[in-house]
Structures are given as C-alpha cells and as structure tokens.
Design a protein around this ligand. Structure first.
Ligand code: UDX
Length: 477
C-alpha cells in the first residue's frame, strides 16, 4: 500500500497505563506531535510523573518527559475525562502471567469496562499491551456488554516491539509498525497517528531524537487484521526466544565436543537468512517478556487445539542454561559452603534496571541457599534487586566490580554490561582469593583470560586455564 504523505492536525490520544509500554508510548506519541493524556489508577505514580520523576531506566526518557510534560503530555488518574477528550485510546496496562501460564487479562478487562462508559462518539480502542490472539474480539464484546454502541468504536491491535533499555529508539526507529484493524475508518485514523513516522517527516524535524539508523524514507507500516497483529507479536517474541535457546542448545554440544560456540555462532549468523543477532549463547533469557510470552503463546495454541511443544523445548533449554552455569561453579570450587562469591550483574540484561526473571536473581538465591557469602554489583539494578533480595548476612550490594571481586573465591558474570568486558584483569587477579571467573555471557576471550592467569569458565567454550607463566595461588595453596 502506497501511503501518501499527509499533514494532519495532532490527534487527541489517551494512553491507559504508565508502565514500561504506556509511558514510552505516551512520550513518543507526544514527540511525533500528538496531544497525549497518560492515565494510571496509581495516583502516587501519577503525582510522581507530574512532578518530573522518571520511574524507569530508559535512554532519552528524562529528556522527552522534560520536553513534553505539561505541554503535549499530561498525566492523570481520571480515565473517563481522558477518554472523553480522546479520539484514540491505547490500552497499555499490564498483562502479567497467571499461575497457569496464561496472560492475566483482568487489568485489560477492567480498563475496557471503564472506557465503555465514555464512548459517546466514534473512537478507536487500541490494544497496545501484549495480548493473546482473539483478545480484540473480547474487548469488543466487553464494550458492548457495558453499554457502548458498535457505531461508536472499533477495536484494533497495535503491538509494541520495544526492548527495555532501547525502547524509545525502538518506538521512533522501528523495523516496522504493525496495525491490525478490520475497519477502514480505524485504519485511516491510525495512519494519521503514525503519519510523521510513515512519511519520515518526523526525522526531518530540527529537534527530532537522533536514532540508530536512517529512517528518512519513512518507517515500514504493515496493515493487517487484528488477529494477525496479535499473532505477529507473540510469534515474534517466541521466535526470538527460540533463536536464543537454539544457540544455547548448540553451545552445550560445543562444550561436549570441545569447540567454541562463538566461532560456530559467527558461522551460522553469517547466513543472511539467519543473521547474527540473538545468537549470543549464555546463561539464558530473562525479563518480563520472553518467559511470559513463550508460556502465554503455548497456552494460546493449546486453547485453540494446537500442541506447540516446540515452545516447551525453548523454555526447558533456557532453564537448563542456569543449571549448566551453576555446575561450572561447582566444578571450579568443589564445595561452596562458606565461599566468598562476587557477582557482576543483577539486571536481566544490560541497559536496564529491570530484574524481573533475571538469571542473576536466581543464581544469587541458590548461592545463599548453599551457604555462600555474596557481594553483588550492577550499574543500574541494585535498588530493584534489593527490593527482591534485601541485604543479609550472606549478601551485600557493593559500589563497583572490584569490591564485588575482592577476596572472592570466584567471580560470576551474569549480565552482559559492556563495562564488565573492559575490566582491568590484572587488578582483578590481584584482589581475588582464587583466580576463577565463571562467565555466563562470554564477555572475554579465552586467550586474554589465560594470559591474565585465570581459570575461566564460560558458556559453550572450552575451559581456559592460566598460561604457565601466570599460574599462581591455587597451585600454591
Ligand atoms: C524483548 C523483545 O526483544 C522485544 O521485541 C519485545 O517487545 C519485548 O521482549 P527485552 O525482553 O526487553 O525485549 O530484551 P531483549 O533484548 O530481547 O533480551 C531478552 C533476553 O534475552 C535478555 O535476558 C538477554 O540477555 C537475552 N539474550 C538476548 C540472550 O541471551 N542472547 C541474545 O543473543 C540476545
């Protein structure tokens, strides 16, 4: 479809939910020119946002909040007033995982019931939260059951593909925008919403946010059905998780045959049909999306009669990576009780302060259970980690990598922060009790670690022992 550049007036938008998705969507929609009210039922959160607080760790978020707060972007706990003013309503509330693995849609339904009361003229209701296929139909039914008239709304799906830590770049410079709308009227309105990105005019604005690539020709815009858009989201996340579990499975074979996964991954990823991204073997994926979305997609498939057992393997392989990592520690130290262990990384990945389903948290809990003394450091995630595992006799959070490594029998690397890869290895070697590093993210080369005198365990690669000239400590103990 060839979209003609249009110059349109700003669209009045309500965004329901001010979490990772809702807040990023709000600031970015304001950034491309729209008038946005971001609504949350947590009044304390609304007050904090109105006063200029920045609740999540995202590059450029402080800058965009300062630029648009009180101008194109307001925060409110009055959902009805925001909906009344809006032409487009984005539902961006949480869809956490239920105990049985399905997505918990109760927050979505609660906001939909409230919206129904204010659909007094035509509005587009947008699913932004990650929801199972067919949710748009349920939203439509719930609106009708709660008094809305069919002629006053259409429900569409507009899934997000935001990665934590780069969410604003991912919104403004996406690989694609997907809009799943069955009604032409709703499609026309959504094109107006995204027009500055579609025709590339946003990228010509003098104060536009610089991005990771050249989008002056406009962003790829895909229109499809609501069901297809819902499936695109879950299938995309499930495939990315599958790609990670695949390379992790291959890394286990590499260990068994004595070769290096980094070399194998380079060879695989050089195939243009595969690509090098998401082929980093390691301790496994975490976060609030992949684990939840893989399980939710399995449950969705099961509910419509398909046994998506491949996803069971994706999850099993991922969980096994943690066990592989822990086995390396036992292999390195023999017994763990009473050992001093340094841990570098708490966030589920670099570039974020989020510790949800972080491998690091799982590792620390098991170390404490084994009677270890843990010193942990992370550039951004200590405060959030402290809320989950408060400091105690066996755990302290420290200010830098060297404090984590001081007197340690082993240093564990569990989050791929680039700064960890630049550490002064000689200084590390001097302050550690044993020269043992267990790297869950393959941040170092085998050669460098051998030359620096470390017993270096990593994922999918051979054990690297100190070069003879640099051997000391363990051999002398
Ligand atoms: C993911 C999807 O990338 C994004 O499109 C979706 O909207 C939300 O979920 P996110 O979870 O923020 O984003 O982070 P991502 O960068 O995808 O990493 C997810 C996990 O996979 C992290 O724990 C990361 O360490 C791990 N990972 C990633 C690997 O183990 N290997 C890789 O090669 C890439």
């Amino acid at each position: 479809m060839d979209l003609k550049p249009q110059t349109n007036p700003p669209v009045n938008i309500a965004v329901i939910g001010s979490g990772y998705v809702g807040l990023i969507a709000s600031v970015c929609l304001a950034e491309i020119g729209h008038s946005v009210t971001c609504v949350d039922n947590d009044t304390a959160k609304v007050v904090a946002l109105q006063s200029g607080e920045v609740p999540i760790y995202e590059e450029r978020l402080p800058e965009l909040l300062a630029r648009h707060r009180g101008q194109r972007l307001t925060f409110s706990s009055d959902l009805l007033a925001a909906v009344r003013r809006a032409e487009v309503i984005f539902i961006a509330v949480g869809t956490p995982q239920s105990p049985t693995g399905e997505a918990d849609l109760s927050y979505v339904e609660a906001s939909v019931r409230e919206i129904a009361a204010e659909l007094n003229e035509y509005k587009v209701v947008v699913e932004k939260s990650t929801v199972p296929v067919l949710t748009s139909r349920w939203i439509c039914r719930t609106l009708l059951f709660n008094g809305a008239k069919q002629e006053n709304f259409d429900v569409i799906s507009n899934p997000e593909f935001l990665r934590e830590g780069t969410a604003i770049d991912d919104f403004l410079y996406p690989d694609r925008i997907v809009v799943g709308a069955d009604a032409e009227r709703a499609r026309r309105i959504m094109r107006r919403v995204y027009q500055p990105l579609i025709d590339g005019s946003y990228f010509g604005a003098p104060d536009h946010v610089p991005g990771s690539r050249d989008m002056s020709g406009g962003v790829r815009y895909i229109e499809t059905s609501a069901k297809s858009a819902e499936l695109i989201k879950h299938a995309s996340n499930a495939f990315l998780a599958l790609k990670i579990s695949f390379i992790n499975a291959v890394s286990n074979i590499c260990e068994l045959v004595g070769t290096d996964i980094e070399e194998v991954a380079t060879g695989i990823g050089s195939d243009s049909r595969i690509g090098p991204k998401f082929l980093n073997a390691g301790i496994g994926y975490g976060g609030s999306c992949f684990p939840k979305d893989v399980r939710a997609f399995y449950k969705i498939a099961e509910s419509v009669g398909y046994d998506f057992d491949l996803l069971k393997s994706v999850e099993r392989i991922n969980q096994n990576q943690l066990l592989c990592f822990k086995k390396k520690l036992n292999a390195a130290l023999w017994t763990l009780k009473g050992k001093q262990i340094g841990v570098l990384g708490l966030a589920f990945k670099e570039g974020t302060d989020d510790v949800r389903e972080s491998p690091a948290i799982s590792i620390i809990k098991s170390l404490i259970e084994e009677g270890c003394c843990v010193s942990a450091y992370d550039p951004a995630a200590i405060e959030k980690a402290r809320k989950i595992i408060p400091e105690n006799g066996n755990l302290r959070y420290v200010d830098n990598e060297f404090e984590a490594a001081r007197d340690a029998h082993a240093l564990l690397i569990v989050t791929e922060w680039p700064q960890f890869a630049r550490l002064d290895l000689n200084r590390l070697h001097q302050i550690m009790r044993y020269p043992v590093v267990i790297d869950g993210r393959n941040l170092f080369s085998l050669h460098d670690m051998a030359a620096a005198g470390f017993h270096y365990y990593s994922m999918g690669r051979p054990l690297s022992e100190p070069e003879s000239s640099s051997r000391r400590k363990i051999d002398q103990e």
